[in-house]
Unconditional design. Sequence first.
Length: 325
Amino acid sequence: MQTSFKRILVTGGAGFLGSHLCDRLVEQGHDVVCLDNFYTSQKSNIAHLLGKSNFELVRHDVVHPIFLEVDEIYNMACPASPPHYQYNPVKTMKTSVVGAINILGLAKRVRAKVLQASTSEVYGEPQEHPQTEAYWGNVNPIGIRSCYDEGKRAAETLFFDYYRQNKVNVRVIRIFNTYGPRMHPYDGRVVSNFIVQALGGKDITIYGDGSQTRSFCYVDDLINGIMGMMNGPDDFVGPVNLGNPGEFTMLELAQLVLELTNSKSKIVHLPRPADDPSQRRPNIELAKSKLNWEPKVSLRDGLKKTIEYFASIDLRNYRKPTGGK
């Protein structure tokens, strides 16, 4: 039974993952401060929370310092889809690096526990498969994805330096592909792309031959892992992989979306983007042993819920990717 209520800051709290995290924390009775600049997120994601007495929305950019009294911080702020983070790569790097410095400075001042939402992108084009936390990665430092990959790598460095030098109570998670309700329909990620195209009767676009693989974790499972890490033992700071170890090719995913939507869309192939990883799959043995966590929702079941969500929204209420046409 919950007995300890905390004041918790969620940066990027109006985003896809951040809003689900805010939901769960508000439901548990914590005093939640949602911080977001709405660069890529939607206010509709947290509109249902605005009337709650234990929820507060602050419009702010983590690139600028903020002064609050909090017990815990979930640092979720950063554009996470290629069209968004590549549109303004300098801004993306600033959000990851300067944002981490500001959030760690806040955590140091108020002695808050702070969790960094890092990413599987720190592994780059992996030469180890599946990826364990001990793998250092194979990242292009000057490519079009580098602003995100290297920004998140630098943020991890900062978190561990603040942990060692300043004794800040940190946690670092590496999030693999996640999907579910509240994904932005135009975020350019493969699940949202395929579903929006299938529901609209448009061609399903696969980049390359479709043999590249990804793992897909349903959002509810991921939030369980994130909160499990924050509330886990203080002697385990990570990094820890959070994702679903089930591995699917892009072609398999496209065919499943077509089946579940009863769509007559055709699959077409386009040139593959630069630095697009061939394989991505987490080794989650560490999460299993340290957090007693593993995903429960199958891809088929998770896609059904995600398709229901996309079928229920009006695409006219969503902006296309920043800089898109």
